[in-house]
Design a protein around this ligand. Structure first.
Ligand code: ATR
Length: 279
């Protein structure tokens, strides 16, 4: 059946809580830039209702969803077909509704992160020693592309060591990732790049890492984003880190990749990236 003219395709970001999400703002800006006729809203889904809510959205004609905490693993389970990055991460942040019974899952977090780190921030990963703090949903998306870069080493430190071990096992990455506790970091060499993938800042909790994780050469990246500065980057700055970057660029780049999957056109991200620099 031909699509009627002037139809607006419906998209949203689904999560819980989701009210703070900047995704609608980003996608509306992309739609304006590309002239694509889409609407993009917020879909707050209470725990236990994920599958039911996605199905309802699909049946009402919705075209796609970005998936945020805490549903990236549930979206992986729900998808009837998967893109290669979602298969590797075992998590989905982009659902494309091909039909209410055929929903595709992709993961654009890793691509968005790598693009922001290497292209927007000009970081070379070659032979670099990288430390990731936290082994939850945020770490999942970025580990597969990092594992496949020519790094010096990749260490995953988590408050609950068992959770980090489980993640490494799930990703089949025992010979690529070293797992340790937060306390063990005090005796380790200072890495070149430290990435905060914990949810401590978002939850308003204090993070306690050994100050020796950071020196004047360390590049610090926080996967989360705050209007001013995240608590992790504030702490890293106090330890004398070389550069502090928060996840705004990753958010914009992963959104652009989702937009490309849905609409077949990749928006230019420069405008939104610059906007953040002014904040
Ligand atoms: P998920 O992303 O799987 O839903 P989460 O509870 O949001 O998990 O936590 C994400 C990560 O942040 C986890 O690695 C968590 O450590 P634990 O596995 O030990 O729970 C980490 N994290 C959350 N709060 C933290 C804190 N205050 N200090 C250190 N790590 C913290």
């Amino acid at each position: 059946m031909e699509k009627p003219e002037n139809t607006i395709d419906e998209y949203a970001v689904a999560g819980y809580p989701v009210d703070h999400s900047l995704s609608p703002k980003i996608h509306k800006s992309f739609a304006q830039q590309t002239g694509e006729a889409i609407s993009y809203g917020l879909l707050s889904i209470a725990p236990t209702l994920f599958e039911e809510s996605v199905k309802k959205f699909a049946e009402s004609g919705g075209k796609g969803l970005n998936i945020t905490l805490p549903y990236k693993e549930a979206a992986f389970e729900l998808a009837s077909e998967l893109g290669p990055e979602a298969t590797k991460a075992k998590a989905v942040n982009t659902l494309t509704i091909l039909s209410p019974k055929n929903i595709r899952g992709d993961n654009t977090d890793g691509i968005g992160f790598m693009r922001d780190l290497t292209k927007n921030n000009g970081v070379s990963l070659r032979e670099k020693h990288i430390l990731i703090l936290g082994a939850g949903g945020a770490a999942r998306g970025i580990l597969p592309p990092l594992m496949n870069s020519s790094l010096g080493s990749l260490t995953l430190a988590n408050r609950t060591v068992e959770k980090a071990n489980r993640l490494v096992q799930l990703l089949n990455a025992k010979n690529k990732i070293t797992v340790c506790s937060i306390a063990q970091l005090a005796n380790a060499h200072t890495p070149d790049i430290v990435i905060n993938a914990t949810s401590a800042g978002v939850k308003g909790q204090t993070l306690l890492f050994p100050p020796s994780c950071i020196n004047s050469k360390t590049f610090c990246y926080d996967l989360s984003y705050a209007p001013k500065q995240t608590p992790f980057l504030k702490w890293a700055g106090e330890q004398g880190a070389n550069k502090l970057v928060q996840g705004w660029g990753m958010l914009v780049e992963q959104a652009a990749e989702s937009f490309l999957i849905w609409r077949g056109i990749r928006p230019d991200t420069k405008f939104l990236l610059r906007k953040n620099e002014k904040n």
